[in-house]
Design a protein around this ligand. Structure first.
Ligand SMILES: C[S@@+](CC[C@H](N)C(=O)[O-])C[C@H]1O[C@@H](n2cnc3c(N)ncnc32)[C@H](O)[C@@H]1O
Length: 375
């Protein structure tokens, strides 16, 4: 996108949209408003030159994140490695999921069934598990294991890259463990999932933590919480529950957002961006940025810089380090033209408030919200 050459003055921004308390480290109880009405899909253009998801190969990048390649079925044995329980604690995850007998759940990207089979036991004979995967070989391995364990409440579904082929209004929970970051068509898949969920149903994403450098997984196969929230919010989902208790992953449950609220995405973006900045890691910051942004706003600071350098420069300029005081707020001010200014405010006399730095959020040519300037 084209960078703005001069930041608007504060008086050009009219109308405080809202303030909200920001809890940077853990936002388990934060309820978010949504961006789409229930069941309504975001517009998807048919023209492959406009919409990357109109092409079979799909996206390389989504909202600034590099999309990972699908794990090949030849690596399926790795999914059942002996060390996995120590690394991921699947049992603890399933305890947290609290899947009850009689429920209909989906293990999307089920692979050879590390979670599918225990889930099938949890829902019992009156429930069912939609076991969905792209690769027929994975489903073959799964059915062999199910047969050995005498499990017969699975509904195997061979899906396509952009459609999990779940029946409408059929599912209480869709679980994706180490899968979402591989979706080449995330917008289309999430659109189908909104329709497949029963009322009150949730989509649960379990991803290796980008925030944790100690997790020995390639960066493309990790996601930050801020990025997960951003992508889900952009597709009409709100965070309802999350846990940080797993060894290497975070698990986040999303419900369908109830209301159309355009300001919501800007709020998520501001919150996620500031949280990413507090972590001072350019890899997490970059997805929020427009290709180039303007730092400073003063006449002599308008030169464009590559996003990576900017991420580092902005991090230094902001000097925002955790912990952020609990009563800190993000204020969003709208100018009525798809643009917002965001800044921190909160308890008086705190150093962070002195900074009063502002970021500008706006829609780019593809309708994504990005941080386009900082001043
Ligand atoms: C890393 S494996 C994880 C398997 C399983 N969830 C587990 O935890 O053991 C990722 C799986 O997601 C599947 N997958 C990738 N993209 C998919 C899509 N668009 N729809 C369904 N499955 C997909 C792959 O075929 C692969 O089996």
């Amino acid at each position: 996108m084209t960078p703005m050459k001069r930041a608007p003055s504060r008086t050009q921004w009219t109308g405080i949209v809202f303030c909200m308390t920001v809890v940077f480290a853990a936002s388990a109880s934060t309820a978010f408003a949504g961006s789409f009405a229930q069941g309504e899909a975001p517009a998807v253009a048919d023209d492959a030159t406009v919409d990357p998801e109109a092409k079979p190969e799909g996206r390389d990048v989504y909202l600034g994140r590099d999309v990972a390649k699908t794990m090949h079925w030849r690596g399926a044995k790795w999914l059942l490695r002996e060390t996995r329980e120590n690394e991921e604690n699947g049992e603890l995850l399933r305890e947290w999921l609290d899947v009850l007998p009689g429920k209909a759940v989906c293990d999307l990207g089920c692979g050879n069934g590390y979670h599918t089979l225990p889930l099938a036991e949890a829902v019992g004979p009156k429930g069912k598990v939609f076991a969905v995967d792209l690769q027929p070989k994975m489903l073959e391995f799964l059915s062999e294991r199910a047969e050995e364990m005498n499990i017969n409440n699975l509904v195997p579904i061979e899906c396509t890259v952009d459609d999990p082929r779940l029946p409408v209004d059929s599912t209480d929970m869709v679980l994706m463990v180490d899968v979402y970051h591989e979706l080449s068509h995330p917008v289309r898949v999430l659109g189908h999932l909104r329709k497949a969920l029963k009322k009150g149903g949730v989509v649960v994403l379990v991803e290796f933590r980008t925030e944790d450098r100690g997790v020995p997984i390639k960066i493309r196969h990790k996601m930050s919480k801020a990025q997960v929230i951003r992508e889900m919010a952009a597709n009409g989902f709100r965070l309802v529950k999350e846990t940080d208790s797993l060894p290497w992953q975070h698990a986040m449950a999303f419900g369908v957002a109830p209301a159309v609220d355009e300001a919501h995405e800007a709020r998520e973006l501001a919150q996620g961006f500031l949280a990413a900045m507090a972590g001072d890691d350019p890899r997490i910051v970059l997805p929020y940025l427009a290709k180039t942004v303007e730092v400073g706003g003063a006449k002599d600071k308008t030169e464009e810089q590559p996003a990576r350098e900017l991420a580092v420069a902005i991090g230094k300029a902001m000097k925002i380090k955790p912990p952020i005081p609990k009563r800190t707020m993000i204020v969003l001010e709208a100018d009525g033209k798809d643009r917002w200014a965001a800044y921190l405010t909160g308890p008086p006399n705190l150093e962070v408030m002195e900074q009063r730095k502002r970021l500008r959020i706006e829609k780019d040519s593809e309708g994504r919200y990005v941080v386009s300037a900082w001043w």
